[in-house]
Design a protein around this ligand. Structure first.
Ligand code: ARG
Length: 472
C-alpha cells in the first residue's frame, strides 16, 4: 500500500495503492454510523472476552483491550474522539484507534467480520431504539388518556366523509387515537423481539474455523429468551449477514406510527380552523406569520403530518435497497442505515412533540356544544326508535330520509316538526319520538363495549390506566 497505506491496514494487504480521495469520500459511512459506537464497543468487549475464554487472547491481553475500548468510548462520548472519513466506518475507526494504543488489539478481529459486526451492532441498536419508542409511546398515551378524562363532558360531532355523522364525546375521539398508538406499541414490541437474535460468529458469510463460543457472546450481550433465559442465535451464517428484516420492520413500525400521527394532526388542524373552532392550541406549539399579524398557525401538527411522508419514504427506500440483492452481504447494504436512523429520530421527535402539546389542547366548549346541537346528528337514532316500534330498518331509514327532506323543505329543524307530519310518515311512532333528540339519552343508550356512552368511557379510561401501568 502506497497511498493511504497506513490507514487501510485492516484490509490493504493485497492492494498496490489505497483508494482515491473521491472513493474514500464516496465509501465512508462513519458520518452516520458513528452513532453505533457504544454498541460496537459493547460487541467488541463481549467478543474479546469470549476469545479470552477459548484461549486466543491471554487474560492481560483481554484486559488491555477492554480498558482501551472503554477509554475510546469515553472519548467518543465526550466528543474528543477524532473520526476519520478515510477509515470508512465506525468499526475501523474504533479498531484503528485501539490498535494504535494497544498493539495486541490486532487480535480482536479474530473470527469476526464487519459483516457480522454490523449485523450485531444494528440488532443492539434496534433493541435500544424499540425500547425508546415504547417508553415514548407510553408517555404519550398517558397524556392522551388524561386529555380524554378532562374532556368527557365535551360533546362534538363525529364525522364520516368529513360530514357530520353522529355525536361523540371528545374523550371517545381521543381514545380512538390511543387505540392506534396501542397497536404501534405492539409493532415495536414485535420488532424488538425480532431483533433479539445474536448474529455474532457468522463471520463474513460462512462462520469460522476457529473454536469460538457463540452461546457465550450471545448471553453476554443479552440475546436471551425472556422466558427461559437461554441464548438465542441466528441459525444460518449466510442469512445472518444478509438479513435486513429488522430494518424493514422497524421502518414499517415508524411509518405506520407516522400515518397515525398524521391523522391525529389532521384532526387537530381541522378542529383548530376558524370554521370548526373546536380547540385552542398552546402558543408554545404554534407559530405566527411573517406577513399576516393575526395568524396563529398549527405548525407543530402540520410538521408532524409532513414528517410522516419522510417515514413512509424511508420504508420505501429500504424496500428498494434490499429487493433482489443477491445473497449475502453487498456493499449496497451500507445504505440501510440512514433511513433507519432518520425514522428513529423523527418518529421519536414527533411523539415527544405531541406528548408535550396534547395536555395543552383546550376544547372550546361553547363551539363544540353549538356544533353538536345539530339535531340531524341523531337522525340514525330516530330510525332506531322506529325499529323498536316494529319498522324494518330499511323502511325506517327511508322514513327518516323523508322526514329530513321535509325539514329541509319547511326550513324547520327536524326535532321541531309537528307530531302530525311525523305520524303521517311513520304511523308506528307516538308522541315520545321527540325524546330521541336528547343528547344525554343518545349517549346513555350507547353503553355496549367500545361505544361512546359515559360509563363505557369511564371504563375505558380506567382500563387504559391499568394497562399503561402494568403491561406496556
Ligand atoms: N460499513 C459497512 C456497512 O455498513 C460495514 C460492513 C462492511 N463490510 C464489507 N464487507 N465491506 O455495511
Amino acid at each position: 500500500m502506497k497511498k493511504n497505506g497506513k490507514e487501510q491496514a485492516t484490509w490493504g494487504g493485497r492492494f498496490s495503492c489505497g483508494p482515491s480521495e473521491l472513493m474514500l469520500h464516496f465509501g465512508e459511512s462513519v458520518s452516520f454510523d458513528k452513532i453505533l459506537a457504544r454498541f460496537d464497543v459493547q460487541g467488541s468487549i463481549a467478543h474479546a472476552r469470549m476469545l479470552c475464554k477459548i484461549g486466543i487472547l491471554g487474560k492481560s491481553e483481554f484486559s488491555q483491550i477492554e480498558r482501551g475500548l472503554k477509554k475510546i468510548l469515553k472519548k467518543i462520548e465526550s466528543g474528543d474522539f477524532k473520526w476519520s472519513e478515510s477509515l470508512e466506518d465506525v468499526h475501523m475507526n474504533i479498531e484503528q484507534a485501539l490498535t494504535s494504543e494497544v498493539p495486541v488489539a490486532a487480535k480482536l478481529h479474530t473470527a469476526r467480520s464487519r459483516n457480522d459486526q454490523i449485523a450485531l451492532d444494528m440488532r443492539l441498536f434496534f433493541k435500544y431504539a424499540c425500547s425508546e419508542m415504547l417508553s415514548a409511546l407510553r408517555l404519550l398515551m398517558l397524556e392522551l388518556v388524561d386529555l380524554a378524562d378532562k374532556n368527557r363532558e365535551v360533546f362534538i360531532p363525529g364525522y364520516t366523509h368529513l360530514q357530520r355523522a353522529q355525536p361523540v364525546s371528545a374523550a371517545h375521539h381521543i381514545l380512538a387515537w390511543v387505540e392506534m398508538f396501542a397497536r404501534d406499541v405492539e409493532r415495536f414490541k414485535f420488532c424488538l423481539e425480532g431483533a433479539n437474535v445474536c448474529p455474532l460468529g457468522s463471520g463474513a458469510i460462512a462462520g469460522t474455523t476457529l473454536p469460538i463460543d457463540r452461546l457465550e457472546t450471545a448471553s453476554a450481550l443479552g440475546f436471551v429468551d425472556p422466558d427461559s433465559g437461554e441464548p438465542v442465535l441466528t441459525g444460518n451464517s449466510m442469512d445472518a449477514v444478509a438479513d435486513r428484516d429488522c430494518f424493514l420492520e422497524f421502518a414499517f413500525a415508524c411509518a405506520v406510527l407516522g400515518v397515525h400521527l398524521s391523522r391525529v394532526s389532521e384532526d387537530v388542524v381541522i378542529w383548530n380552523s376558524s370554521e370548526f373552532a373546536f380547540v385552542r392550541l398552546p402558543d408554545e406549539f404554534t407559530t405566527g406569520s411573517s406577513l399576516m399579524p393575526q395568524k396563529k398557525n398549527p405548525d407543530s401538527f402540520e410538521l408532524t403530518r409532513g414528517k410522516s411522508a419522510r417515514l413512509i419514504g424511508n420504508l420505501s427506500a429500504l424496500f428498494a435497497l434490499v429487493k433482489a440483492l443477491p445473497m449475502t452481504y453487498n456493499r449496497d447494504l451500507q445504505e440501510d442505515k440512514p433511513p433507519v436512523f432518520d425514522s428513529f429520530s423523527q418518529a421519536l421527535l414527533c411523539v415527544e412533540v405531541l406528548r408535550e402539546c396534547a395536555p395543552k389542547i383546550e376544547f372550546r366548549r361553547d363551539k363544540c356544544a353549538e356544533a353538536v346541537s345539530d339535531p340531524l346528528l341523531l337522525a340514525t337514532d330516530l330510525a332506531d326508535y322506529f325499529v323498536m316500534r316494529g319498522v324494518p330498518f330499511r323502511k325506517a331509514h327511508h322514513m327518516v330520509g323523508a322526514i329530513v327532506a321535509l325539514s329541509e323543505k319547511l326550513k324547520t329543524p327536524i326535532d321541531q316538526l309537528d307530531d302530525a307530519s311525523i305520524f303521517e310518515i311513520c304511523p308506528q311512532a307516538d308522541k315520545s319520538w321527540r325524546s330521541v333528540f336528547d343528547l344525554k339519552r343518545a349517549f346513555a343508550m350507547r353503553e355496549k363495549i367500545g361505544m361512546p356512552g359515559p360509563k363505557q368511557i369511564s371504563e375505558q379510561i380506567a382500563n387504559w390506566r391499568a394497562e399503561l401501568a402494568n403491561n406496556i
